[in-house]
Design a protein around this ligand. Structure first.
Ligand code: DUC
Ligand code: ZN
Ligand code: ZN
Length: 461
């Protein structure tokens, strides 16, 4: 069978190297990587001279069409994955929130029925755990068998779990090939600070930050790591944003514990100062952006290899919804858009010399695939994997503005950010889904990617 597609004359980026090579695609999969591939009759040739050929990013953390904060996050599976494609992200891991009393396979079915006809790029799921009472705990293994082996517990929000339930879930995860993620913030402290500021009539967005400052997250990170160590289970900390937590992750990994941390571009680019701006409410997410020392620690963690992944926590809300909290930070729906900005921002930082392109590929694609059990299909330019490919032009200049984004949100916290380099094309399983600023994909063309059971025993990723 002839190759349907060849990416010619580009520089291929993996998590460990950059080299000149042609990449051939057959049946939607990468079939050949060689110094020179001769196109056959009918083979489409993409000239990549002067360009980088990268694996599509995998966003390990999104909340599409999620009921939250009194509304539903603005992007559904169609607009969210369309936006992802236009930022070089070809797979998203979306969070299903389990309903109380619901088995985990039922949670998967409920959300997959919505996602399948809408998704423009491939997707997989994590499940946010609310209820493991009675026999529900044992339905975790059914979810693993159905291709969803990753779960997340929340230490905050009204559906957060107790430390006892957290431990129980960690303990159970070991024998069934599951990985437990955690949203780590200290709920009692959040409530204490929130009530204090309300009593003092302090209602601005700045008090969102002050009610969830560094120590609120750091304490919970340390506790989560201690619980994982006690249970002898691996742990994945989502959206790490503070230095104390970073230091705790590093120490645990130095001791050999399989603890993995994810951070997000918003913590790498913004600091808590954004909450002093008149539009500070638009930046409200949890955990909030932190101070400079934390930001520095996160960047150092990436370079040192103690941050394993970068993901978005994409959870957008409309301006008018953010405005609900103009006079009271408690009423601001938590979350921001970022699904289209992650890969371009991280690659731009590489282009500016802050980190290597290979490091970006590692944290935004290769490690995500390995940690969450989809490396048999995704996360690298490698023979046999899906042809999820980004052609990146390092010479393009791009200023982020919401008008150029492809999601359903009416504003972006990234407005005005200047990027050096930008994706020129995105291919999903050998189909062109984005080119020169335009979405070319199709609703419903994305498919569910079943993940394999996860067994992480060392902190090697
Ligand atoms: N934090 C957010 O900001 N939004 C969605 C969920 C979360 O934990
Ligand atoms: Zn969270
Ligand atoms: Zn989240």
């Amino acid at each position: 069978m002839a190759l349907e597609l060849v990416f010619k004359n580009g520089r291929v980026v993996t998590d460990s190297a950059i080299f000149k090579a042609d990449v051939g695609v057959r049946g939607g999969k990468i079939a050949e990587i060689a110094a020179r591939i001769r196109p056959e009759a009918g083979t489409r040739v993409v000239d990549c001279a002067g360009k980088l050929v990268l694996p599509g990013a995998i966003d390990a953390h999104t909340h599409l069409a999620m009921p939250f904060g009194g509304t539903i996050s603005t992007d559904d599976y169609e607009t969210g994955t369309r936006s992802a494609a236009c930022g070089g992200t070809t797979t998203v891991f979306d969070f299903i929130l389990q309903d109380f009393g619901e088995t985990f396979p039922d949670s998967i079915k409920r959300r997959n029925d919505i996602a399948a006809p809408q998704a423009c790029v491939d997707y997989s799921f994590h499940i946010g755990v609310k209820d493991v009472s009675g026999k529900l705990l044992y339905t975790m293994e059914d979810a693993v068998k159905a291709g969803v082996p990753s779960f997340k517990v929340f230490m905050v929000y009204d559906f957060g779990v107790t430390d006892g339930v957290f431990y129980e879930v960690l303990d159970h995860s070991k024998s069934i090939g599951a990985l437990i993620g955690v949203h780590a913030e200290n709920n009692d402290l959040v409530n204490y600070f929130t009530n204090k500021f309300v009593a003092e009539k302090k209602f601005g967005a700045w008090y969102h930050y002050l009610s969830r400052p560094e120590a609120v997250e750091g304490e919970a990170d340390v506790r989560a790591i201690n619980l994982a160590k006690a249970a002898g289970a691996p742990l994945y900390i989502v959206h790490l944003a503070n230095k104390q937590g970073m230091d705790a992750v590093t120490a645990a990994r130095d001791e050999g514990f399989p603890v993995f941390a994810e951070t997000c571009p918003q913590y790498l680019y913004f600091t808590s100062d954004v909450y002093k701006r008149p539009d500070g409410r638009n930046f409200v997410c949890s955990p909030p952006m932190k101070g400079r020392a934390s930001q520095k620690a996160l960047w150092e963690g990436i370079l040192r290899g103690d941050i394993s992944t970068v993901a978005t926590d994409h959870c957008p809300f409309l301006k008018k919804e953010k405005d609900w909290g103009k006079a009271d930070f408690r009423k601001i729906p938590n979350g921001c858009a970022g699904i289209e900005n992650m890969y371009p921002y991280m690659l731009s930082e590489a282009n500016k010399g802050r980190l290597s392109y290979s490091k970006v590929v590692e944290v935004c694609a290769t490690n995500v695939a390995k940690i969450f059990g989809i490396a048999h299909r995704k996360g690298a330019i490698e023979v046999g994997r899906d042809a999820d490919i980004v052609v990146y032009d390092p010479k393009l200049r791009f200023t982020i503005t919401n008008k150029k984004m492809h999601g359903a949100t009416d504003h972006t916290i990234w407005e005005g950010a200047e990027l050096k380099g930008y994706p020129e094309q995105t291919w999903s399983r050998g189909r062109l889904v984005f080119q020169d600023g335009k979405f070319l994909g199709e609703k419903g063309a994305g498919e569910f990617v079943a993940a394999k059971p996860i067994k992480l025993t060392t902190p090697d990723l």
